[in-house]
Design a binder for this molecule. Structure first.
Ligand code: ZN
Length: 278
């Protein structure tokens, strides 16, 4: 470096300069999702709900196994993300390639017709995936795929098509994990707590108290960004597009939305399409 120049410490940050994000993911679109959504809404939490377009009228034994009618979906899940979980929930890694592509695309087509926005999120049914399934997701324009492998950690996904969540809500360590997340304060890291499950488990095990306690404890906090899965993926893509001068004295945000960086520990908002002095 030339004499007199200094290296500024510049980091990517989450919206409003935050460094913690909570996201949730619930599968299969069954009736207990309604109660779950109302709990999340009460505490300001955001979730992704993974649906099978081909299973709306699937026969069921217990009331909690009934799927929410598609006529209600738009209203029930308002403010949250609807994502794909395949058309008919096969163990998809066992399917021939033609079936894989149809399972993804036909689910996406149906969900988009209902929701009126592009559906780009995906959760692997039965946790099943392979390199072929990942290739098919990319070809079908999907932005990420969630696995069922718990990390018990807070890392952002190294590969969004193999997005391993932190844990299930039924994990015996859930409480210890979310308390650690709430206490996390080292601003040199970005933390992501990712919890997933099925809302019918709460009816089946009669343990709604788990998610009520969790939501009350972790919700409405000023230092946590509450986001759906796709909001995280889209935000990270956007913030990675930022162009910072070599001297670190200005930055250009080429996106259509504002993003945040941290410069020498100070949070800086970069306005969409503008160059900002740092
Ligand atoms: Zn499922």
């Amino acid at each position: 470096m030339p004499q007199g120049s200094k290296m500024r410490n510049i980091y990517m940050a989450f919206p409003e300069g935050k460094h913690k994000v909570l996201t949730l993911s619930y599968d299969d679109g069954k009736v207990p999702d309604k109660r779950l959504v109302s709990i999340f809404n009460e505490y300001g939490l955001k979730a992704t709900f993974n649906m099978n377009f081909g299973l709306e009228k699937n026969p069921f034994t217990f009331p909690y196994e009934e799927r929410i009618p598609f006529s209600e979906i738009k209203e029930v899940y308002k403010g949250h993300e609807i994502a794909s979980h395949t058309f008919s929930h096969p163990t998809i890694a066992r399917c021939p390639k033609e079936q894989i592509a149809q399972q993804i695309l036909e689910d996406r087509r149906g969900l988009e017709e209902i929701m009126g926005y592009t559906v780009r999120g995906f959760a692997y049914p039965n946790g099943s995936f392979s390199d072929d399934v990942v290739d098919a997701l990319k070809t079908c324009g999907m932005a990420y795929g969630r696995t069922i492998r718990s990390t018990h950690g807070f890392d952002l996904p190294a590969d969004p098509y193999r997005w391993d969540p932190t844990c299930r809500h039924a994990d015996p360590d859930l409480e210890a994990i979310y308390n650690e997340f709430i206490d996390a304060h080292k601003t040199q890291y970005l933390y992501c707590l990712y919890v997933w499950g099925h809302s019918y488990e709460f009816d089946k095990q009669n343990n709604w108290n788990i998610i009520e306690k969790f939501s009350k404890k972790i919700g409405n906090k000023s230092d946590i960004w509450y986001a759906t899965n796709i909001e995280i993926i889209d935000y990270l893509e956007a913030v990675k597009r930022v162009q910072v001068s070599v001297n670190g004295d200005f930055a250009y945000n080429p996106n259509a939305k504002n993003v945040w960086i941290e410069v020498d520990k100070k949070s800086v908002e970069l306005k969409a399409g503008e160059t900002t002095e740092l």
